[in-house]
Write a protein that binds this ligand. Structure first.
Ligand code: ZN
Length: 187
């Protein structure tokens, strides 16, 4: 298998919606292996297929930390079927080398997807844990949405992007998230 080039912010393919997988064929299992190889090489927590130039609804996550080892996870044709709560945390992305900024996310999510064997599974991630946030981050990539679209402070985010020689925020992509904002205010 191989380590692939990660598509950087500014390349149009990152904004393209990805297509459903019809069959978990050899092509897909090879893609998953490339995603893991590329993610681990770059010390990432997750990687979505569009980030290596493949617009298919597939991503991988390894949310292990030093104190909390976890199984690497594969998500094919995922759907977030439940979400609640809200949290603000710093996030980064392998398509935005070295750039981190604060974003709004749901605290708890339940996701339904197919695994590497094409079998459906349901997974719940709670308390704004790394896995819960990674599921939302990678899921967004499949719809051409990027973490900076969820940023809390667009001016700060713009200066972070500039510092890392990345293109500025795309204003028309910024998300209005009244439900998350309301949750955060009530917290
Ligand atoms: Zn990302």
């Amino acid at each position: 298998m191989s380590i692939r080039k990660v598509v950087k912010y500014g390349e149009p393919s990152l904004r393209e919606p990805s297509k459903e997988v019809h069959k978990v064929s050899r092509k897909i299992t090879d893609l998953v292996q490339d995603l893991f190889d590329t993610m681990y090489t770059n010390n990432g927590v997750g990687l979505a297929a569009p980030q290596i130039g493949v617009n298919l609804r597939v991503y991988v996550i390894d949310a292990s930390t030093k104190d909390n080892p976890m199984k690497p996870l594969v998500f094919i044709n995922p759907k977030i079927i439940k979400k609640s709560g809200a949290i603000i945390e710093d996030e980064g992305c392998l398509s935005f080398p070295e750039a981190y900024t604060a974003v709004r996310r749901y605290k708890n999510v339940t996701v339904k997807a197919l695994d590497i064997n094409g079998r459906p599974f349901i997974l719940e991630a709670t308390d704004g844990c790394l896995l819960a946030r990674a599921i939302q981050h990678e899921y967004d990539h499949l719809d051409g949405i990027l973490f900076i679209d969820h940023c809390v402070n667009r001016f700060e985010t713009d200066s972070i992007l500039q510092k890392h020689h990345l293109p500025p925020i795309e204003e028309d992509k910024l998300l209005i998230e009244p439900d998350l904002e309301e949750e955060l205010e009530n917290d």
